[in-house]
Every structure is written in structure tokens, then in C-alpha cells.
Write a protein that binds this ligand. Structure first.
Ligand code: GAP
Length: 514
């Protein structure tokens, strides 16, 4: 059996081989943590974005969209706190010359304790079978208790150091826990320093007086600065939301795990403006709605969990992550934050403009509070692919790699294949193509044996293959093959559209969310 790590490596090469993801500017050996999406990747990514956009804007009368520019006035980032505080604590290993995030090193150490605890539990479960009481075992087994105590102590110390912004303490934790550099294996660490993650560039020529501007590290600020524009022109009444999909940029210190942590990535964010005092009710509402959005895709309910933040940003009064079980553990895919009225108040202060809402129901003006839902398109893409990638041994001993993607997200919905390249079969196949092409992304393939063609479509996750054979010319029926079961049905051409549309249409997914 391949380890999770080996499977993940295979997934990364599969993504390249089948046109999902390429390293950026690969002919020049790539650029660290920057990736390009290929012909199938862009379709999958667009489908994810469409699912999000429709669930947020079409299903909610009180949520509208926005597409703000990436460049913003630099004062935006002073006001938002990013210039002064959008930092990661970094540490270098003097022997390997490798740079790490101190918080990530400690979180990895916490995960090691979790693994040790889980290992003991799994062993005991096997030994005691049905009668195993996990709760009791956790409380009484000395080895497990020791791991739990050490984990808890480390966790408390780490949370305090992060909250106090105590960089010396972070280093001390790394030394006390005897954390080594994975490359050099040594504990020869530098001090921990803060590192600002924003990319800078210059706008305008130097003669005119160039201005330092930033590539936005989150799309959210474009929404905040447009709050009044949208509220007034859209005649929006609180509570209401503004949704946006767009690129964000962060000069990540540790860029690893493929598209999980990139320097250029895409976010789907929604800011929901509410009456002060009602924010925690809406925070709970959006937590539940967003989790339902994820689970509706059917990737497996057990693969999700909430992770409440230990360290709240200074402007937040509640925050949680939706984590997904990746091959490298439970990882954040989406953040849900109760951001108080911090951002709008800051922009009012720095711009000198009044940013308030007059609430006719209570006859009062106030600065709205904000609940934010923020999900990374690329992380969502990765979680979908990780759960879809399967290596199977078939009854005849052959191997196949299949992407069991949710049909609504699959890049190609159906592939139309004439059994042979002659006898009028390609012409008939093109007729079927015409029936479907205006509604969904389909492919036509007449090259190689039918078995090889099926494998190619399995590898990119196409849910349906349609084969046209000699009988089709007489009975107007085709062979419809289902990706996951490989079952084949004889189906009338006139019924094809309905069968396929039912499986790939986003409507059903959205109706279930309502
Ligand atoms: N406006 C709030 C905000 O940006 P965040 O938790 O920093 O919050 C939100 O980011 C989401 O953006 C994350 O949950 C993740 O999915 C995605 N994200 C953040 N940094 C990323 C990176 N370097 N590469 C890929 N996705 C990233």
C-alpha cells in the first residue's frame, strides 16, 4: 500500500500529466510556489467558482457581487493594519540555510503528539475490539495521558506566545521541544523575526514621484472600501453581503504542499454587514451554511471539522476555520471571521469620510459589524482532487487511475466516441456532440482503442462516455458508460441529454442548499 505521502506525490504528477496544474514558467525551471492551471484545471477551477458564486449570490437576495481592482490606494493597507502587522514569525536554520515559519514548526510538533495519541488508540482498539472504550482509555492509559498532558502544555504555551507576540518565547519553545531542521537535522536556530508578507511595487514614473503600492494580500479590503458605493447604488438594507472572487498575493516564507500554500492565489470572499450586537448570531449562521456548502459536494462528511482560533486577530471577536482532511492532515480551507466594525472604522478614520449606515428600523446610524467567509479557490481545488484521486485494480487485473470528481465539478462532462473512424460512425457521433455541446463541456475522441479512450477520460474524471457503434445507425441507441461503476447501459440518443444533465446540473446541488 502506498503511503499518503506517495499518493500525494502521484497526484501532483497526475495533475501535470493530465493538464490540471503546471509549475509556472516551467521552461525556466519554475517559480517558487506559483502555478498555472492547464486545460482541465481551469475548467475544474471555474466550476468551483461558479458553485460558490451561485450559492452566495443567487441563493441570497441580499448578497451582491463585486470585482475590485488588485491595486488599491496604499493607505488602504495602513488602515487595515497590513503594513504594520501582516507578518509571519520566521526562523532560519544556520546549517541548512533553510527558512521556516516558527509557528508552523510548533504546529507540526503538536500534530506529532496527536499522531502518537492516535497510534496508541488504534493499537488498543485492535486489541480490545468491540468492548473498547476510547474515553476511558484516554483518561487512564499512562502513555496516552503523558502525551496528552505534554500536548496540552505545549498548546497553552504556544497560544500565549502568539497572543503576546513574544518572539523570544517562540524560539524557546522550539529549543525546549528539541525541534530539528528536517534538512540538516540540527537545532542550530537563529532568533525569530517578523517578516511582512505583502509584495510591493512602484506605480508611476520616478520623475512624477513614484508611489509604493502593494499587491493585495486579501480581496476583502476592496469590499470594505466599496461598502457605501454598493449599499447606496444597490439600495441594500442591513443585513446584506458583498461577494468577490479574485487574486491575492502573499510572499509566503514556507511555500510547500503544491497549490495549498502559494504566493499568488485566488480567494472567494463574502463580507456580511450586520447590526452591532447581532454579529455572533450571524457568525453561527454562516459557519453552518458554509459547512453545508462543502458537505453537499459529497466528498465525505467525516473529512471536515471546525477549528476555532486560539489567537484572535485584534479586530476579531470570533473566528473559526473549516478544515479538510488532506493527505497531509486536517488543513484549513476556509476561514469564517467575526471582524467587528474594525475595517470600516479604520477606513473612516484614515480617509476622513463618514462610513455609516442609517437603519430605518431602529432610526439609528451606526458602523456595521462584519462577518466574513473567506475560502481559497486553490485549496478547495486541492481538497476536491485529493478526495477524487483513486488507483484501482480491475477484475481483469488491469490498473486504472480514476478521478471520482463530483460530476458538477468535472472539467469534461461527457466524451463522445465513435467505435471506429469509418462507416459513418464519426458523422453520427458529431450529431450527438451537437445535441450536448451548447449546455456542457464535452469532448470528442476517435483515437486509439475504446479501452484506452475510457482510461484517458477516467484520468480526468469525465463522468460519462458515449460510444457510437454500428447498431447506433439502425436503432439510434448508444452505449453510455458510467465512470465510477464502469457499468454500461444501452440508451436512446433522445434520452441522453436528460440523463447527463440530471447528474451534472448545478441546480440540484443548489436546491439542496436552500
Ligand atoms: N480576508 C481574510 C483572509 O484572507 P485568511 O485566513 O488569511 O483570511 C483565507 O485566508 C483563505 O485564503 C484561507 O482559508 C485559504 O483557503 C486561502 N489562502 C490563504 N493563504 C493562501 C496561500 N498562500 N495559498 C493558497 N491559499 C491561501
Amino acid at each position: 500500500m502506498a503511503t499518503q505521502e506517495e499518493t500525494f506525490k502521484k497526484l501532483v504528477s497526475h495533475c501535470k500529466e493530465y493538464g490540471f496544474v503546471f509549475p509556472s514558467s516551467e521552461i525556466y525551471d519554475g517559480l517558487g510556489a506559483v502555478y498555472d492551471y492547464g486545460q482541465n484545471g481551469v475548467e475544474l477551477k471555474n466550476n468551483i467558482k461558479q458553485y460558490w458564486w451561485n450559492a452566495m449570490t443567487r441563493l441570497h437576495d441580499n448578497i451582491v457581487g463585486l470585482d475590485a481592482a488588485i491595486f488599491m490606494h496604499p493607505t488602504t493597507w495602513k488602515a487595515s493594519g497590513h503594513v504594520d502587522a501582516f507578518n509571519d514569525p520566521l526562523i532560519d536554520n544556520r546549517d541548512s540555510k533553510k527558512r521556516y515559519r516558527a509557528d508552523v514548526l510548533i504546529e507540526d510538533q503538536l500534530a506529532k503528539y496527536d499522531e502518537k495519541i492516535q497510534k496508541e488508540i488504534d493499537k488498543a482498539k485492535k486489541r480490545f475490539g468491540e468492548s473498547f472504550d476510547e474515553q476511558m482509555f484516554r483518561q487512564t492509559n499512562p502513555r496516552v495521558k503523558e502525551h496528552i498532558d505534554r500536548r496540552e502544555a505545549l498548546h497553552a504555551r504556544y497560544a500565549k506566545a502568539m497572543n503576546d507576540n513574544n518572539l523570544d518565547e517562540l524560539k524557546q519553545i522550539i529549543l525546549d521541544e528539541e525541534i530539528v531542521c528536517p534538512i540538516s537535522g540540527t537545532r542550530n536556530w537563529t532568533d525569530v523575526r517578523q517578516f511582512n508578507l505583502m509584495f510591493q511595487t512602484e506605480m508611476g514614473s520616478t520623475a512624477d514621484g513614484a508611489m509604493t503600492i502593494y499587491l493585495r494580500p486579501e480581496t476583502a479590503q476592496g469590499i470594505f472600501v466599496n461598502f457605501l458605493n454598493v449599499q447606496k447604488t444597490g439600495r441594500m438594507k442591513i443585513p446584506f453581503g458583498i461577494a468577490q472572487i479574485g487574486k491575492a498575493f502573499r510572499n509566503e516564507i514556507v511555500a510547500r504542499q503544491f497549490v495549498f500554500r502559494m504566493r499568488e492565489f485566488e480567494q472567494m470572499e463574502m463580507q456580511f454587514f450586520v447590526r452591532p450586537g447581532e454579529e455572533l448570531k450571524w457568525f453561527e449562521h454562516w459557519k453552518q451554511f458554509r459547512l453545508r456548502w462543502h458537505k453537499a459536494l459529497g466528498l465525505g462528511d467525516e473529512k471536515y471539522r471546525f477549528h476555532d482560533h486560539d489567537k484572535l486577530a485584534h479586530y476579531a471577536n470570533a473566528a473559526t476555520d473549516i478544515e479538510f482532511l488532506m493527505p497531509f492532515g486536517f488543513k484549513e480551507v476556509e476561514g469564517i471571521h467575526s471582524r467587528t466594525n474594525f475595517d470600516l472604522s479604520q477606513h473612516a478614520k484614515y480617509s476622513g469620510k463618514k462610513i455609516e449606515y442609517f437603519d430605518p428600523e431602529i432610526n439609528q446610524s451606526y458602523t456595521p459589524f462584519v462577518i466574513e467567509t473567506s475560502i481559497g479557490v486553490d485549496r478547495m481545488f486541492l481538497s476536491v482532487l485529493c478526495s477524487a484521486y483513486k488507483e484501482e485494480t480491475l477484475e481483469n487485473g488491469e490498473q486504472r487511475v480514476v478521478l471520482s470528481l463530483p460530476p458538477v465539478l468535472a472539467p469534461v462532462k461527457a466524451c463522445i466516441m465513435p467505435l471506429v473512424k469509418k462507416d459513418g460512425l464519426p458523422e453520427k457521433a458529431h450529431e450527438v456532440e451537437e445535441l450536448l455541446r451548447y449546455e456542457m463541456n464535452i469532448q470528442y475522441d476517435e483515437k486509439d482503442s475504446i479501452g484506452k479512450r475510457y482510461r484517458r477520460q477516467d484520468a480526468i474524471g469525465t463522468p460519462f462516455c458515449i460510444t457510437i457503434d454500428h447498431d447506433t445507425l439502425n436503432d439510434n441507441c448508444v452505449t453510455l458508460r458510467y465512470r465510477d461503476t464502469m457499468q454500461q447501459d444501452r440508451v436512446e440518443i433522445s434520452k441522453l441529454h436528460d440523463i447527463i444533465a440530471k447528474a451534472v446540473d448545478m441546480r440540484h446541488l443548489l436546491q439542496n442548499l436552500k
